[in-house]
Design a protein around this ligand. Sequence first.
Ligand SMILES: NC(=O)c1ccc[n+]([C@@H]2O[C@H](COP(=O)([O-])OP(=O)(O)OC[C@H]3O[C@@H](n4cnc5c(N)ncnc54)[C@H](OP(=O)(O)O)[C@@H]3O)[C@@H](O)[C@H]2O)c1
Length: 435
Amino acid sequence: MSEPLRIALAGLGTVGTGVIRLIETNAQLIARRARRPIVITAVSARDRTKDRGVDLSGYAWHDDLTAMAALDNVDVVVELVGGSDGPALTLARNTIAAGKALVTANKAMIAHHGLELASAAEAAGTPLKFEAAVAGGIPVIKGLSEGAAANSFERVYGILNGTCNYILSTMEDTGADFADVLSDAQRLGYAEADPTFDIEGIDAAHKLAILAAISFGAKLDFAGVDATGISRIIAADIAQARALGYVIRLLGVAETDTSNGALSLFQRVRPHLVPIDHPLAHVDGPTNAIVAEGNFMGRLLFQGAGAGDGPTASAVVADIIDIARGERGAAFSMPVAELEPMGRAETGHRPVRAYIRFTVKDRPGVLAEITAAMRDAGLSMESLIQQGRADEGGEVIIAMVTHEGPELAVTQALDLLKGSDNLTAPPLWMGIIGD
Ligand SMILES: NC(=O)c1ccc[n+]([C@@H]2O[C@H](COP(=O)([O-])OP(=O)(O)OC[C@H]3O[C@@H](n4cnc5c(N)ncnc54)[C@H](OP(=O)(O)O)[C@@H]3O)[C@@H](O)[C@H]2O)c1
């Protein structure tokens, strides 16, 4: 067996301690698969005195994590600190500049700085790997960039944020409202104390941008992801969707678009209605799932744990094993110079069947005003649910599903209703995912 591969571990939180436990537990099996032992030689975090539930006495502690790249006894730096910039980015840059391999689970950093880091890694001839950054324990990056590498991808979409999926599926099971389920999720550890990145769709947008670059050979464009989260979903939306044969899921959807004559990229994170017979409708709790459609392979479904110490450590250590074996694939499946700069797709012409929810005053003429706006925008209704009548003068919820039409017709109909004193809150619309 060859010389050990020596690892510096920066960050000893959920994922970092998971990596220690995994490397210790499966050391022999990993050494046989990697054809060399993998040993941790250096560790770093903020607080040296914290009890982390793992024995750190055998590892050299470093107070300054950004300096770990320069250590002579380190071949691979594993960045598990988090944050798009700050010490994580400094460490990443230092590691690559030192000609060492970098493994990270940091989707925010890769979404913002992935091209810079991948270019630097190519120039330095050193690997940059981030399997754990997208969908935690699911080997989707490897699956798409290796197993499915021969395909041209048409569409990649899925459930990329476990916190949102937990909240939506719990709302579905219990009938509870968003705020109540969110506070339960925080208490149970499924949501962060500051849940903004998760519930506003930003975390899913980080992952979608990375997936889109890998799938379509596109230049990474995180700023081009149109992201909306789940904070406006109410219990009534879940109930109406169910009555119409759907569940609600936060989906990231990426597609290439040639409708304007040039190749452009559509990237969107939004809650969608998913037909109950679609595989994604059965993905509950904090699970992630990704569907990839390739021109020769057809549809692939990846499903599994999108977070947590064990699953995420599994993806991190898989990257380390690849490096130990000397496998050196490009970070984004092809060299950065081969990635195509794609414009951002126009959305107005996109065909959509939409669910629209109106919160309106309970008085005559309201439905007539809504249907007139829809008619003027060229949008027709497929089904309508009006939820119970409130007390005189109260609010009523009207939910509908439209026939397929251009997205522009939906936004135009809603624009026509802006300022109407029949509406007591801005309407909410969601697309219905097709087959
Ligand atoms: N948790 C998941 O399930 C999961 C899944 C996929 C990807 N990820 C990604 O994995 C990364 C780590 O996530 P995590 O959940 O393990 O985070 P975490 O539990 O908050 O751990 C972060 C670690 O980084 C250390 N750290 C933070 N700022 C530091 C600084 N300025 N200097 C030195 N050390 C610092 C912390 O030190 P102290 O412990 O001393 O405070 C802690 O050990 C993130 O990029 C995250 O997005 C996480």
